[in-house]
Design a binder for this molecule. Structure first.
Ligand code: ADP
Length: 439
């Protein structure tokens, strides 16, 4: 695992824990840890992913790294709120009940985990730690960290960088703190894995003061997923990740592509926000920035233009059908030209990024597809790689004809291994949480 060298960047808080800090992973150990409830043995870790009106959770047995239960609380603070809980191996149980805020949501999650029929815990004392997905850590954290007051203050400072996401993540952490004050908590950041990008890759061509004063730069997102699939890819190849050049394509509702060279991220397609990069479900991806001003004039405000670019653009905006690629495939089958156009734009964008990142790394050893589209859409994997034989990238149509499993889809003996690897961000969060509380 890579050790992160922080130089003398005084704004980073990692040294606040310990000078020896390692990148997020299941096998690393970090950081000045004091109280540890359970270092080994029957460790159960709860993973929480809070959105503004939702809370996803998963409980892991870290002995076996298997999920014991998972669930989703939806429509928090909105009419029709409900919790859907699934104990592994059983049918889901959905309960509709008023859920005015995240505190109530957390209370319901803990009750579900303790429920005598579909629960999994006999006491909350069995919970060893809670790991949280946090979207934005700015430049403050290049690895997962134990949450404390100092870290929370740093995450609050990052709110201007992620005004939609970080407040929800922080609310979830505070709700867990209120319910389980004695249980250690860990933050795992979407941005952390990308903190290794060289400066020439993360800076924008705007006056330098925007970086110095406002931290305007490329951050990148989905880092936990890119980390997981890049490491899994190296495992499948049976080669050290330190010797590999891997391009990881996380293609879901939000999509991003990353160049992972020798185990660290050297470039990624999302930027200052998750709006940049390839065409997404409702986000525009890369556009000429002057369009924003033009659109603001047409729409009447910058806010409205921002909403159009985030929520009404992408596959949905181009096709006029849906943000869901399954609907686009149906549209294409019926001969819908704009469905065809949206699909081609997405596919072409992926092809261009793969070419760019192969150039950025001076070659490519492996290409990975993951997330909803990457794992399930046979056609995008085929079309996005169709013109890449010159890089040694090709996909065997027979091997590619499946959905949602881990497989190598390039022909035997291919110079570049093309793979589908289902992502597992929750497992990375659980592993990091375990590592940090048991170090
Ligand atoms: P999120 O970014 O919200 O986590 P996911 O990674 O779950 O999203 O991806 C969801 C998207 O995956 C859907 O909107 C859809 O476009 C795509 N998808 C899921 N299943 C298929 C499928 N069988 N064929 C094509 N696309 C699919």
């Amino acid at each position: 695992m890579k050790r992160v060298v922080f130089g003398d960047d005084s704004d980073r808080l990692s040294h606040h824990m310990n000078p020896l800090v390692y990148l997020a992973s299941g096998t690393t150990y970090a950081i000045g840890v004091t109280t540890v409830k359970e270092a080994t043995g029957d460790m159960k870790v709860l993973v929480i992913n809070c959105g503004s009106s939702s809370l996803k959770y998963q409980l892991f047995d870290m002995e076996t790294e298997s999920p014991l239960a998972k669930g989703l609380v939806e429509r928090i603070g909105i009419d029709g709120s409900r919790i859907k809980h699934t104990k592994t191996g059983q049918d889901s149980v959905t309960t509709e009940t008023p859920i005015p805020d995240h505190k109530v949501a957390v209370k319901l999650v803990l009750e579900a985990l303790l429920n005598e029929n579909h629960g999994i815990l006999s006491s909350l004392d069995e919970l060893s730690a809670v790991g949280h997905r946090v979207v934005h850590a700015g430049e403050k954290f290049a690895c997962s960290v134990r949450l404390d007051d100092v870290v929370m203050a740093a995450l609050k400072e990052c709110i201007p960088l992620a005004p939609l996401h970080n407040p929800a993540n922080i609310t979830g952490i505070e709700a867990i703190t209120a319910a389980l004050p004695q249980v250690p908590q860990v933050g795992v950041f979407d941005t952390a894995f990308h903190q290794t990008m060289p400066k020439h890759a993360y800076m924008y061509g705007v006056p330098y003061r925007y970086y110095e004063e406002h931290k305007v730069r490329r951050y990148g997102f989905h880092g936990t997923s890119h980390f997981f699939v890049a490491h899994r890819c190296a495992e499948i190849l049976g080669r050290p990740i330190e010797n590999l050049k891997i391009i990881t394509c996380h293609l879901g509702n939000g999509s991003s592509i990353a160049a992972v060279k020798n185990g660290v991220c050297v470039d990624t397609s999302m930027g200052f926000t998750p709006l940049a990069g390839v065409l997404m479900g409702t986000r525009c991806g890369d556009i000429d920035p002057s369009i924003v001003r033009f659109m603001a004039d047409k729409e009447g405000s910058v806010e409205k233009a921002d909403t159009v670019l985030n929520k009404e653009s992408g596959v949905h905006g181009v096709s006029g059908i849906s943000s869901d690629l399954r609907d686009i495939e149906d549209g294409m089958a019926k001969g819908d030209e704009r469905a065809d156009l949206a699909f081609s734009m997405l596919s072409y964008g992926i092809t261009k990024y793969i070419g760019a990142y192969a150039a950025a790394m001076g070659g490519v050893d492996a290409l990975v597809f993951t997330a909803g589209i990457g794992e399930n859409c046979t056609m995008i994997r085929e079309t996005a790689t169709r013109d890449l034989a010159f890089l040694g990238i090709s996909v065997d149509p027979d091997k590619n004809d499946f959905r949602g499993e881990e497989r190598v889809i390039s022909p035997d003996g291919s110079p570049v291994s093309v793979m589908v690897i289902p992502t597992n961000e929750e497992l990375v969060i659980a592993r990091d949480t375990k590592s940090l509380v048991s170090a």
